[in-house]
Ligand binder design. Sequence first.
Ligand code: ATP
Ligand code: ZN
Length: 291
Amino acid sequence: MSNTMNIVKLKLAIQKSGRLHDDSIRLLKECGIDISNGVNKLKAEASNFPIEVYFLRDDDIPQYVEDGVADIGFVGENVVYEKKKKVTVAEKLGFGKCRLSVAVRKSEAFTGPSFLEGKKIATSYPVILGDYLKANNVNAEIHEISGSVEIAPGIGLADAICDLVSSGSTLFMNGLKEAETILQSQAALIKNQGLSAEQEQLIARLLFRIQSVKKAKNNKYILLNAPNEKLKEIISLLPGMKSPTVLPLAEEGWSSVHSVLNENEFWDIIEQLKAAGAQGILVVPIEKMVV
Ligand code: ATP
Ligand code: ZN
């Protein structure tokens, strides 16, 4: 018998270049996965995690993952839903946020989906747009184009468009306004539906790291000084992972309080803490949060 072990490796597909590339690499790095040598090639191997990274066009990633050429992929949900491949969305990744929206000329009064009845709509997302129109009982002509969709109304090619938007400035510059959002999207981890137990185990390890990185990004570590007579009130304002840490300060009658705050409630709580007598408030980013 041969003694070469069959080492299971995950094959991960990410965008070769474009809006998702840098954030995909960054996320891997934050997960402690080092693929620094070879990002310009077709394929790179991590030195410290059993993973091989394939660099592909984003549109091709769902197909590769369905076929098992890649086991998992990082790709925009917009692409996943447009391609309708048999893959599982396992985790949203928190970057590449955008929305797929219908846009019309600024001068027009969009009253709802029925506005689109009988109109010509240019898009690179015929499947998602088609589903939306169908769900709203609207008959419209979908004109599929692959790039620069936003210029279509200006050159008389369409009455409306359905395209990805983040700030809306591209629409505005082309005399358009966002009328309705069809899909909120961000990058997601998708996986093949027929993986082995070993591969699933590796994905679970990767997901655990990704979740720790995501949680850390949404939370801040906070340190503050509190007069002891205000401690109770101040502690009641802090959620924390368990309860806050309270340490005596060298100065008599004062304590140092440490806790973790979620980004969403952050400013509200800081204001209340100040009002309650907290001083010397320090806010520190968290690198990983393992809970
Ligand atoms: P590829 O060469 O890989 O096919 P692409 O030109 O199709 O690249 P990009 O423009 O790099 O794609 O966008 C990749 C993904 O980034 C989109 O599918 C979407 O999920 C996300 N994204 C985030 N913000 C935006 C935006 N404002 N416009 C377009 N895509 C965005
Ligand atoms: Zn693409």
